[in-house]
Design a protein around this ligand. Structure first.
Ligand SMILES: [Fe+2]
Ligand SMILES: [Fe+2]
Length: 278
């Protein structure tokens, strides 16, 4: 069995939905879908159900787009619950299902689905993050559509989810590796947004900076940036696995080209990786 990952499918954008439908079946392999499938629970369901027919196992974590409240959508935690219900109905494994034991080759590994949000802590110290972004004409749609109800703020919701995730991660047996799966990157130093650098306040929380070491991660899977990268830091591989908006991938290559192998994973000496010295 191989474990692949792809995120930011954004299936309502022209060409993206068809591209995801064209991914060939891999009935012996598993797939991680790392968020930003759609704002609509029905589309999340249909996309995951379709992928579930083609892969032996599908793990899914919501992104910020799933948590947007459009028109009649519930808000905040209730919207999250609606998305999780849709994903489970499609047969996908979600952050509400705990960690999953990797059945393939290699060391004992827990694949851990997370949905940790952000707390604006990736902004520079001492600035008002929203005003700092606005100086560069960055106005994140999350500010209008991602509601924290019943929490007082997205940051408070983020910290509650981090607390719950730490309790879950403490249940992984000693000596096991982990693969940490979250829509938002776990480390601020790996948030590189050359076109929109001041979008970084919406990209994660400093709370998770040391989680890969603390929880023995072999690989961390994220999306959200729409900037595909592979980084190695202190022996941990960080994969940003976005497909992204139509202009951000090449239609002639098909979405299949963008599936990233997570496990067993590429040879560390393949030369594909970027080495980062933070
Ligand atoms: Fe996205
Ligand atoms: Fe996102």
């Amino acid at each position: 069995m191989r474990l692949y990952a792809l995120s930011d499918l954004h299936v309502h954008h022209r060409g993206n939905g068809d591209a995801v439908e064209a991914i060939p079946a891999r009935p012996d392999d598993a797939l991680i879908v790392a968020g930003d499938v759609s704002e609509r629970p029905e589309a999340v369901h249909d996309t995951l159900a379709s992928l579930r027919r083609r892969f032996a196992f599908v793990m899914y974590v919501p992104g910020n787009h799933e948590l947007w409240s459009l028109r009649d959508h519930p808000r905040g935690v209730a919207k999250y619950a609606a998305i999780i219900a849709a994903a489970r109905a499609a047969g996908a494994w979600t952050p509400e299902d705990g960690w999953w034991r990797w059945p393939g080759e290699g060391p004992a590994t827990a694949i851990v689905p997370l949905c940790l949000l952000y707390d604006f802590g990736f902004a520079p110290d001492g600035v008002d993050p929203i005003a700092w972004a606005a100086e560069d004409r960055i106005h994140a749609t999350d500010t209008r559509l991602l509601h924290p109800d019943p929490y007082p703020s997205v940051a408070a919701w983020c910290h509650a989810r981090c607390d719950a995730a730490e309790r879950l991660l403490a249940t992984v047996p000693d000596g096991w590796n982990t693969v940490l799966v979250n829509h938002w990157p776990l480390r601020g130093d790996l948030v590189r947004l050359p076109l929109v650098p001041r979008y970084r306040p919406w990209c994660g929380t400093p709370r998770t900076h040391d989680w890969p070491q603390r929880y023995r991660a072999s690989v961390c899977v994220a999306g959200h940036l729409h900037v595909r990268t592979t980084d190695w830091v202190d022996g941990v591989r960080y994969e940003e696995v976005s497909l992204g908006y139509p202009r951000q991938w090449r239609a002639h290559k098909s979405a299949d080209h963008y599936l990233r192998e997570i496990l067993p994973g590429p040879d560390q000496l393949s030369g594909r990786a970027t080495i980062v010295h933070p």
